[in-house]
Design a protein around this ligand. Structure first.
Ligand SMILES: [Zn+2]
Ligand SMILES: [Zn+2]
Length: 339
């Protein structure tokens, strides 16, 4: 099978032919149909995360079909549609794992970072961390698996916020804006200065205001979520939220936060980060996405175009999410009727 692999941080991904071993006890071998391209993939590519072991196949928004199951797998059968998210393994025994916070487990492993991911025609994944997915176009499900899911974790962390600011209007924000709308919240979108295309996109999804992150918010925010990995947005967002408001950082990496006067934090404002996800987040969010009929706006690219997809994400040229599609995957396995 073909995979696009990172051979060294910062060097373009290389197309490589690989063969996968048979799945171990709890694993699935999955024929990939589509894999979303996430901002975190860029941090991996750029070597901004610790302990990156190359060669590595990135990608943690994986939609595929089960091709083969390990001996101990009972949840899935060949032909099932599954999603492989970022969280790939946890110890199950530490204080975090035992208190519903497996996202903070120190032994946690991650798809497309510590384990090979979905920029490939196939991957193996621990079935206990895979999520059942509905039918429908694979490319339009992929962004739900990280952009949607971690965006939703950040959205919940923002608390009760009738007026919500979203900084960075990409894959995650375009999904969370829809959730916020359904809950009757007002969304204000802050984009790169001068990015009129992203601002128009935000308005088309119901944002009541959209402007550059250098612009003053037209009204005080109850909370803000930062999807853009720009530390300077933290003081900017603090200045925009009212007393008692929260600023939630949703990304795994950010440029340094500049010094700012305490008066911006004063008034019981707070700053929080959101790290990884739990399996429960996945189940809850996918159910919500189906119930609300969330629409992913995607730009489809071929697996071989992974470098171009990453570059388009970096330069902010995308509208919505970039997704790598594997045309061959559809013919590998077809869904079976359940008894
Ligand atoms: Zn643990
Ligand atoms: Zn991600």
């Amino acid at each position: 099978m073909k995979a696009m692999r990172l051979m060294a941080p910062g060097a373009p991904l290389v197309a490589v032919e690989l063969s996968l071993p048979a799945p171990r006890e709890h694993e699935l071998r999955i024929a990939v149909e589509a894999c979303g391209v996430c901002r975190t993939d860029l941090h991996v590519y750029d070597g901004e995360l610790p302990d990156i072991h190359c060669p590595l196949t990135p990608g943690h928004e994986v939609v595929g079909r089960v091709a083969e199951v390990g001996a101990a797998v009972t949840r899935f059968r060949p032909g099932d549609r599954v999603g492989v998210p970022w969280l790939a393994y946890t110890c199950g025994e530490c204080a975090y794992c035992r208190s519903g916070r497996e996202n903070l487990c120190r032994e946690a492993r991650f798809t497309g970072y510590t384990y090979d991911g979905g920029y490939a025609e196939e991957l193996t994944a621990d079935s206990r961390y895979c999520l059942p997915l509905p039918e429908g176009p694979a490319a339009e499900l992929a962004p739900l698996l990280c952009a949607g899911l971690i965006g939703y974790r950040a959205y919940r962390a923002a608390g009760v916020a009738p007026t919500l600011g979203l900084y960075g209007f990409g894959a995650a924000a375009h999904l969370i804006a829809q959730v916020a709308q359904h809950e009757g919240r007002r969304v204000l979108a802050f984009t790169r200065p001068g990015d009129s295309q992203a601002q128009g996109f935000a308005r088309s999804l119901g944002a009541t205001w959209a402007g550059g992150s250098d612009e003053r918010a037209p009204e005080p925010l109850d909370a803000a979520i930062l999807f853009a990995p720009v530390g300077a947005l933290i003081p900017a967002a603090l200045a925009a939220v009212r007393p008692g408001g929260r600023v939630v950082c949703a990304g795994i990496h950010m440029s340094d936060v500049p010094a700012f006067p305490y008066s911006l934090l004063w008034g019981e404002r707070s700053i929080a980060s959101v790290a990884n996800l739990t399996r429960r987040d996945g189940e809850e969010f996918l159910a919500l996405a189906a119930r609300l009929g969330l629409k992913c706006t995607v730009e489809r690219l071929a697996l071989e175009d992974a470098n171009r997809a990453l570059e388009r994400l970096r330069t902010g040229e995308l509208t919505g999410a970039a997704v790598l599609e594997m045309p061959a995957a559809a013919s590998v396995a077809t869904p079976r009727a359940r008894p």
